[in-house]
Ligand binder design. Structure first.
Ligand SMILES: O=P(O)(O)OC[C@H]1O[C@@H](O)[C@H](O)[C@@H](O)[C@@H]1O
Length: 243
């Protein structure tokens, strides 16, 4: 019915790019932020932030981790700062908060769209009596769930704020998914992870979850498999028998 092994009793969904179309919005806001940062630093001949940079260093990771990992890949180190740094602070957190201003503006102006196949899948999972959790690195998780009218499905949420407060390691470490399974009271072996990011499927694999579903939104099916997905689908509805 849900296309999952019979041993699975809970589903842990990533949010941006799995349930909602907000992954695109994040990647565009990161590109604008990093390109402006690099132009200010290196002048007009700067080396642009690419889709590959996003997939490798930023996608799926908590905000500050994404900034740190990408800048490190370019040999740049900034002071860490703190999460409440202003957006113009020359720190890892400042750069991240600059990007967050853009994201919040776009969400406020345009709202959040959900994938119809994902909503159908949530309904099917609920009807099948499986537990539902959302595990996202985004500190905007609650806002995005509300804007997409998805909060009603979610029994447990681990988001970027939880990760910060509980000092969890971000994806690709398995900690946030393990916290999601614990919040639902299920063993990782009985939970399925749904992820569109390479770092996310890697986290599912590292946590020995019962099933890791890669969701291919950015033409990276092979990379999702290589990072630990048991199966890769283009849309969650592909898992339903009556699609
Ligand atoms: O900056 P936020 O909203 O806390 O989100 C952190 C990360 O959350 C993830 O869900 C996205 O895949 C990343 O692109 C994003 O950077």
């Amino acid at each position: 019915m849900t296309g999952l092994p019979e041993t699975i009793t809970a589903c842990l969904f990533d949010l941006d790019g799995v349930l909602t179309g907000t992954a695109v919005l994040h990647s565009q806001a990161w590109k604008r932020t990093f390109d402006e940062f690099l132009r200010a630093r290196d002048g007009d001949g700067f080396q642009e932030f690419t889709d590959r940079d996003y997939a490798t260093y930023v996608d799926g990771r908590p905000r500050a981790d994404g900034v740190r990992e990408f800048l490190r890949s370019r040999g740049i180190e900034l002071p860490e700062g703190t999460p409440d740094d202003p957006p113009d602070a020359p720190t890892v957190n400042g750069v991240g908060n600059r990007k967050n201003e853009l994201v919040l503006k776009i969400i406020d102006e345009n709202g959040v769209n959900t994938y119809p196949g994902s909503v159908r899948y949530l309904e099917a999972v609920k009807a099948a009596g499986l537990r539902i959790g959302v595990v996202t690195s985004s500190a905007n998780g609650a806002k995005v769930l509300d804007a997409g009218d998805l909060t009603k499905y979610v029994e447990a949420r681990v988001d970027g704020l939880t990760i910060r407060e509980q000092h969890l390691k971000g994806k690709p470490a398995p900690d946030s998914f393990l916290a999601g399974a614990a919040a639902l009271g299920v063993e990782p072996a009985h939970a399925a992870v749904f992820e569109d990011a390479q770092s996310g499927v890697q986290a599912g694999k590292a946590g020995n979850f019962g099933y890791v579903v890669g969701v291919n939104r950015a033409d990276q099916a092979e990379a999702l498999k290589a990072h630990g997905a048991d199966i890769v689908v283009d849309d969650l509805a592909d898992l339903l028998e009556d699609r």
